[in-house]
Design a protein around this ligand. Sequence first.
Ligand code: ADE
Length: 229
Amino acid sequence: MIKFVVLTLFNDMFTSFLNTSIIKRSIEAGKLSVELIDIRDFSGFKNKKVDDTPYGGGNGMVISAEPVAKAIDFALTLIKDLECEIIYMSPRGNLLNYNMCKEFSDGCSNKAYILICGHYEGIDERVLEEYNIKEVSIGDYVLTGGEIAAMVFIDSVTRLVPGIITEGSLIDESHTNKLLEYPQYTKPSVFRGRKVPEVLLSGHDKNITEYRHKKSLELTLKNRPDLLK
Ligand code: ADE
């Protein structure tokens, strides 16, 4: 079982993610747990306000330290004896890649992650220091909030947990061996005049493996030459 506790201002964004496909089935099978905590529940104000203007001036609003800290303290009570890492989804963070996903998924049977989703201009820096929070980015662009990034994190880490998807599916997929995945085809063998490459119909395993490796190399060279360096 891998466990995530998500601190967010927008719980609803997770509804279809948690109720679809592999993520839904993993939750039902008891292999994955995702709990959502609304940071506003820890506001302390009647109107559930959790943000304020930035010290030093500037645009937008900053999420205050206190409600986030209280939400973290509550999340920690849900995690009990599990080893826990607290992660703030942020464009400032370490860029998530396949190796990091693998590390986050390793030893997941006794691990939990608290994922904090920011909004507006981010959260008060002192809460990050107070809890020694790691920052993770999903790409060099800025999202309107951390929720989509948290879903990317949960999805990409969970699928590497043993028993979540067929082990074989992971072997040749993009990024496992620094190469992008070769092209895939299924029936019918002719689509609008385009034939499936002959070698894939040959049943000759060695030739198929060689062909796929060549295609992986070609694709990587074309789309992501940086991976070959
Ligand atoms: N929040 C806003 N932009 C983000 C990004 N690129 N990665 C993670 N969290 C974010």
